[in-house]
Design a protein around this ligand. Sequence first.
Ligand SMILES: Cc1cc2nc3c(=O)[nH]c(=O)nc-3n(C[C@H](O)[C@H](O)[C@H](O)COP(=O)(O)OP(=O)(O)OC[C@H]3O[C@@H](n4cnc5c(N)ncnc54)[C@H](O)[C@@H]3O)c2cc1C
Length: 336
Amino acid sequence: MIKTDIIIIGAGPVGLFTVFEAGLLKLKCHLIDSLPQAGGQCSEIYPKKPIYDIPGFPTILAGELVDNLMEQAAPFKPGFTLGEAALSLEKDKENQFIVKTEKGTEHTAPVVIVAGGLGVFEPRKPPIENLSNYEDKGVEYIIKDPEFYRDKTCVISGGGESVLDWAFFIVVQKIGKKVTLLHRSSSFRGHLDSVQKIINLAEANKIELITEAEVIDLEGTNHLERIVVKHQTTGNRTIEADHFIPLFGLKPSLGPIADWGLEIEKNAIKVNPKDYSTAIPGVYAVGDVNTYENKLKLILCGFHEGTMAVQAAFARIYPDKKNILKYTTVNGIQGF
Ligand SMILES: Cc1cc2nc3c(=O)[nH]c(=O)nc-3n(C[C@H](O)[C@H](O)[C@H](O)COP(=O)(O)OP(=O)(O)OC[C@H]3O[C@@H](n4cnc5c(N)ncnc54)[C@H](O)[C@@H]3O)c2cc1C
């Protein structure tokens, strides 16, 4: 049984910064995440994309932000249970919460902070019968590191902004050997400017643009080698492809958290914006996972919510202790 002051479910940017703010109050945290690494969406979906709205950083790559947050939390020695989804939330006879993971790891604490973001997220997949045979053998649903596609033949599929962005980046940075952008429709959902950039690349023969078509079959012995494309008017053709990357977005699902007796609204946990407390006393929800009037799903807002939630957690854990706000500039991290 792992014992701590606060169990944080979700090691995304908000969960990580909450560790720091809890540390300033001498509260120890243990984070649980179903993903094998910390960083949430920043690490899993867009580690190489720049973020422009983190205070004090005119621009920072999402992956770098996570590295910095890990470094900032490190002095407070958080524990981690990674690669395990939190399955159940219960209370024992001493009124302590018990959180169990899918692998049976048990954690106990007087306070739980849910920082579960979009929940256990799953990619939307195209309906191709043998798709699962090629997962991690040439089929990927997220571009984590564009370098993975160096000198490879790639077919990127979808109609949103991230498809246009990635296709443009992989071509312009001369990463892919050959890049094809394939979309079911003739119009894209991205910015006009991004669409025009792709059209310009196609006209310069730097990318193959196939619209009004979809992939219907995958071929290859131990790894993807070819894909079969069905065009709405010209019929079927086979294309060489080391990688097929359908970027159709992620299906947000709260997963097991939805069954814990919390008040759920629009796939998010309803909280009191005074301290981000939930319907279960002692359980708080911060970051993308919560909802309240005028909620903004931004990292910046999640940082504030985590800061406020640990203040409330302190008052709950130590009802008789007075908490005086101290500045880090005056006390330094070691002074907390
Ligand atoms: C492409 C893209 C670009 C973005 N750009 C910006 C931007 O420029 N600026 C900005 O402010 N925001 C941006 N965002 C939004 C930002 O990423 C989110 O607001 C932020 O990640 C929320 O952080 P979080 O810690 O609340 O949740 P997340 O980052 O979603 O992390 C939640 C973690 O909880 C884990 N989890 C969930 N359920 C469980 C469970 N039951 N057990 C164990 N673990 C669980 C998940 O695996 C995940 O790792 C962007 C998002 C995307 C997709």
